[in-house]
Ligand binder design. Structure first.
Ligand code: AMP
Length: 284
């Protein structure tokens, strides 16, 4: 495995490579969720790149850019074990955002005004930052396949939309969410949770399971499902619910009244202590 830190080295290496090139973009502090993406990509691609870059443009001022957990030596050990070929880990923001940088990719789905119950509405920088860095990584790595986690369902939809809208020649592969034994979706930000908060953090999973149970019982009235989910959230000390969204997974347009027979995504987000947690489930 080779660690690459700068763009000149990267392009020299990349220009000599041919084959099915896979990319797993990450912000590092790798866990079993990331490992599932890497394993899947390893099976499907002859050459595998993992990128590790805490992307500043997807954080708003005051968010956790400076404190985001980092552990490059540990991440490299994991990548080595999983037989990654190349890790691209720029060691300064300026490698991807040189002085004067002012061009962004803006995907309008999920922005305020489209759905007030989305990551885009709660974190206005987020989708623009994600779309921009992913477009840049696609241009740098030139992968034929790129792997993303269902855990960040809205992010997946933004990337899929961007690939269609900008005619990017990359196949997007979505890997199911990897969970702890008690259902909590794995996330680098789980490291912010205290022991007590960690126990309570299963609330997101419980809310989603409740939605699924009701749906499987034939209950499709959205207010009823939402109320039950919100009532569970209220029972957990210190949990501040940001939203319950019951929407079309491609557009995030919120369904009203009844859950339709078409695809339905239920997303929840909230904070517990210092951690902002998100999770989602598909109903049908
Ligand atoms: P991050 O490092 O948090 O930006 O995540 C990098 C990639 O790993 C994204 O595509 C995430 O959706 C994916 N990912 C993060 N957590 C999980 C998880 N628990 N299960 C599956 N994929 C995940």
């Amino acid at each position: 495995m080779q660690l690459i830190k700068d763009l000149n080295t990267f392009s020299a290496i990349r220009s000599g490579l041919e084959g099915e090139i896979g990319l797993v973009p990450t912000m590092g502090f790798l866990h079993e969720g990331h490992k599932a993406l890497i394993r899947r990509a390893r099976m499907e691609c002859s050459i595998l790149f993992v990128t590790i870059f805490v992307n500043p443009t997807q954080f708003a001022p005051g968010e956790d850019l400076d404190t985001y957990p980092r552990n490059l030596p540990g991440d490299l050990r994991i990548c080595e074990e999983l037989e990654v070929d190349f890790v691209f880990a720029p060691d300064s923001f300026s490698i991807l955002y040189p002085e004067g940088f002012c061009t962004f990719v803006e995907c309008k789905i999920g922005l305020p005004g489209t759905n007030p119950k989305s990551e885009g509405a709660f974190r206005p920088h987020f989708f623009r930052g994600v779309a921009t860095v992913v477009a840049k990584l696609f241009n740098i790595v030139k992968p034929s396949k790129a792997y993303f986690g269902q855990k960040d369902a809205q992010q997946c939809s933004v990337v899929q939309r961007m690939v269609v809208d900008l005619n990017l020649n990359v196949e997007i592969i979505i890997v199911p969410t990897v969970r702890e034994a008690d259902g909590l979706a794995m996330s680098s930000r789980n490291a912010y949770l205290t022991k007590e908060e960690r126990e309570r953090a299963t609330i997101l999973y419980q809310m989603l399971q409740r939605a699924k149970e009701l749906y499987l019982k034939g209950i499709t009235v959205i207010d009823r499902i939402r109320e039950e989910m919100e009532s569970l959230a209220r029972q957990v000390d210190g949990f501040h619910l940001h939203y319950v969204s019951i929407c079309d997974p491609k557009t995030f347009i919120e369904y009203e009244n009844e859950i339709p027979p078409s695809d339905t995504l239920v997303c929840v987000a909230g904070t517990l202590g210092k951690a902002r947690l998100i999770d989602n489930i598909r109903l049908n």
